[in-house]
Structures are given as structure tokens and as C-alpha cells.
Design a protein around this ligand. Sequence first.
Ligand SMILES: Nc1ncnc2c1ncn2[C@@H]1O[C@H](COP(=O)(O)OP(=O)(O)OP(=O)(O)O)[C@@H](O)[C@H]1O
Ligand SMILES: [Mg+2]
Length: 355
Amino acid sequence: MYIKEIKLENFRNYDLEKINLNEKINIIFGDNAQGKTNILEAIFISALGKSFRTNKDNELIKENKEFSKVEINFVKNNRNEKINLELSNKKLFYINEIPIKKTSEIVGKINVVLFSPEDIEILRSEPIRRRKFLNIMISQLRPIYIHLMSQYNKTLEQRNNYLKQIKYENKSKKNLEIWDEQLVKLGLKIYEYRKEFIEKINNKIKEIHLKTTENKENIEIKYKFNINKENYLKKLKENIELDIKKGHTSVGIHRDDFEIYINNKNVGIYGSQGQQRSSIISLKLAEAEVVYDEIEDYPVILLDDFMSELDKKRINGFINNIKNNQVIITCTEKISLDNMVYNLYKVDNAKIEKL
Ligand SMILES: Nc1ncnc2c1ncn2[C@@H]1O[C@H](COP(=O)(O)OP(=O)(O)OP(=O)(O)O)[C@@H](O)[C@H]1O
Ligand SMILES: [Mg+2]
């Protein structure tokens, strides 16, 4: 699939701007703070329903403006399609001009894999960052997953509130059972999806990583599920006293994690900077291949400020690796690619100029 055209109105620092893309490689360059990442953010929000850098939608509306609009024209399965977003005090999405009731309904129409400088946090940061990676990938491919997650989170919040009521208002412990059963039911479904997708990633990432490391590094992802199918309910019950004391639920899929191993060592702990960076690239490339298998089409690859970390040889090698996808690259320097056709755009203070 590929994106043909993006229209922005009052989005971040943009007034009214339009950009036509080619179906292969597009390079958007410009100084810092001119509006490069904002373009990728507009695409991302049209694909996933929310931004990758904020949960507050009103930050996306240009300062002192009442509303913001994004339009993405794209081609998928040889059909022209359109997604519109209107942000004001409400957030409205349209698919081919038909208004959508729930944001989750637009997720997966546009398929993207984003590479950003913050991705290294997947390795270095808290488990929540790794769950976010899984959630973004799975949501795009299994719309029901979004629903399961939101149900799970709601139930978890209710259980946690009730734990506090047991502690402070002497409510009966017996009633916890209702939430426990619900958590196990939803949690196991979410667990199955996560397990399935970690397996899919594992099937791809090995080969990708061997290729880029001259067969030296054997990479593997290990899912850390703090409970198992059989003892989920039992563990919840075992922890009740602790949970009441803490006021939150200590076991369940909201505590899931995964680790990346290279040659049987945890990269997050023992990996060099180069190994960490290259394992994240392999992880994302594996994600792109998993998406391809699922939708039988190539997702759009968004590379935010990604090239600054790589030398020219690696940039060319990397781009050669993903030659079937549409690629949208942002960078601060005008880069040139050998033997490749690409569009070049300069962004200067929220004005986009095609060179
Ligand atoms: N709601 C908003 N209204 C007006 N301007 C905004 C709004 N939100 C962000 N901006 C501005 O948008 C500008 C560009 O942001 P963006 O992240 O796209 O920059 P960039 O070109 O990617 O820069 P860098 O190279 O540093 O990553 C920033 O100067 C920021 O202050
Ligand atoms: Mg940026």
C-alpha cells in the first residue's frame, strides 16, 4: 500500500499544507523544529487513531485555533481510499467520507511501521514501553485486540478501586470474584494474541538479524508471562492480601514483558550500543514482515530522524532491504541515495517544498 497525498490544516505548526508522495521513497529534510515529525505524526494518527508522542489530542491543534484537520489519500489493494480526521473538542474520523463511530474502526486501514529515535527505549525502558510495542502491532492487525484491551483495563481499574474499598471501607472480599473471573477471561485472550505475535516476530527476526550480522548473532525474543494458563485465577487469589494492602492488582497481563536475547544474552542489559540499535532495527523490520504476511501488502515505513544514526553505507543497505515498501524518511540533512529514484522535500517553518 502507499500514501498518495497528505493534507494538513491547523495541525501542529501547519496552517494549510499539502504533500504529494511517490509510491517508493520520499525524503523530507529540514532544520530542527520545522515540522518534519509532525507530518509522520499526522500519518500515524490516521493509522492508529492516536499519536505516538502524546495522548492529549488538543496538543495537535495549532495554537490559538479551534480545530485541526488531516486528510490522507492512499492506495490499498489497488483501490483509492481516504481517511479524514477532524479534531476540535471532539475527535472525528471518516473513512471514504463515512463518519466512524469508534476510533478503533479506522485502525488498520492504513498500515505503518514507524522507526523513531525513541525506539531504543523498547530495550532500555520499563516493561510498559515493550507492551506498547506489542499493543501497537497487534491492534493494527487484530481490531478485536483493542476492544479486549479496553475491557481488560476497565475491569482492572474497577478491581483496583474495589481493593481500596476493602481496605478503607471494609467491603467484602468475596465480591472480588466477579472481577477476577473477568480478568482471567480477557487476560487469557490477550495473552494468546501476544504469544501468537511474539512467535510470528521470532520466525522473522532470526533470519533478518543473521543477515545483517554476517551470521554472527542469533537473536530471540522471550515472552515473560508472569503467570500461566492454568494458574492465572489461582495467582490472583493468592495475591489478594498483598493487593488489598497495595491497592492494585499485582499479577496479570498488565505486567507482561518480553526480553530480547542475542547469543543467549539479554541485549537490554549486556548489549553494546550498536547491538541494541541493530536489534531494534531487526525487530521493526520483522514487524514489517509480519504485517506483510497478515495483510498481503507492504506497510508504509516511516523513518523519523533515523538516518542521522547511520553512515551512508548503512543507509543505502537499509533502504535496499526494504525496497518493496513505500518509505517516508525525515532527516535534518539532505541525503542522497545511490542508484535510487526518490522524491525530495524541504520543510521550512511548516512550509513544504518539493525539490
Ligand atoms: N499545537 C501546536 N501549535 C503550534 N506549533 C506546534 C504545536 N505543536 C508543536 N508545534 C511546533 O511544531 C514544531 C515542529 O515540530 P516537529 O516535531 O515536526 O519538528 P521536526 O522538524 O521534526 O524537528 P526535529 O528535527 O528537531 O525533530 C516545533 O517547533 C513545535 O513547537
Ligand atoms: Mg523530528
